[in-house]
Write a protein that binds this ligand. Sequence first.
Ligand code: MG
Length: 380
Amino acid sequence: MAVPTHYSDRESSEVFAARDESGLAPYAFLSRDTRGRKWPEEEHPYRGPFQRDRDRVLHCSAFRRLAGKTQVFTGSMGDYHRTRLTHTLEVASIARTIGRALRLNEDLIEALAYLHDLGHPPFGHAGEDALDACLADEGGFSHNRFALTLVEELEIRYPTFPGLNLSYEVLEGQSSRLDHHRADGTPPLWETQVVEAADSTTYDAHDVDDALKLGLVTLNELREIPLVRDLTEDLEDRFGPLEGQRMRKALVHALIDRQVTSLVEAAEQFLATHMPLSADEARHSGFRFELDGELLQRKRELEAFLYERVYRHPKLIKVRRDAQERLQRMFDAYVRHPEWLPPRFQERARRVGIRRAVGDYVAGMTDRYCDEQFRRRLGH
Ligand code: MG
């Protein structure tokens, strides 16, 4: 999806930048350099543009619904594991840690982190795959694209324009999740890259925690992976034998710490010899927020383990299959009965077609609401 290009109204924020961004590095993106918003707005007296963007995402209804959406494990599996909301908050926290260590723009980072998973449908990737299949003839379904649809079209917040009217750089950052660079080949801003790296750090760590807690894998099984074996041996050298929850918690902490430290140190090493003097220079510098080769290889081994032993665990496969079937049947039922859609989605169907409008409506549901509608509409 192309980011709109008609951002003529710059939201100059000299006062905010001077007060709140004076401590940022020269390569950080400064709010005074924003290309602004699609719909012109007055500058806020004391909040900068990315601070406002973060608040807009935080206060939107799709953000609250993340509390009711599956990350990996569904609500029926207990109440310890991450939801899509707590995953998002952990991503924001880790991304801010990296951003602050490197004096990047934390407001921009936080806005991007809050936004990054906003477009997930109910039931996690199972739900996404089901919707993608339902919409195969209409261009498919992507949660990254749907996040943009939500904040540009579907969220209702302002009297005179649709969506949240977020700043160009926030929309551009989210767009880069679709194709990893702008249509003209420009690499993502460092703030965007930090959120990407934090997302991956976060889910690998918390999926280990949740999978252990749910008993889908044991610590001994996880220790077959070199990265986990090394980290747990380090921990036992420092603290002596650790059992159960203490080891699980220490391992998750170590997994995050090892990755965040690697990312920050790689950036510091680069900056010691190449100091970009603007955010634009930084994004074109060739430096990417990626783990160093050996750690990256070890992380991939961990991810392969999680894929085989956790995401494809028989318990999850069953939940996944059930969710996909329910979503598919719901989708077909709403396409046959457009009158079941709320009026504004009926109106939307006239503009974007019934299948896309149903996809948008269903994608906005929480797991619970989706189950409830399934029972109500299909009598199960
Ligand atoms: Mg995520």
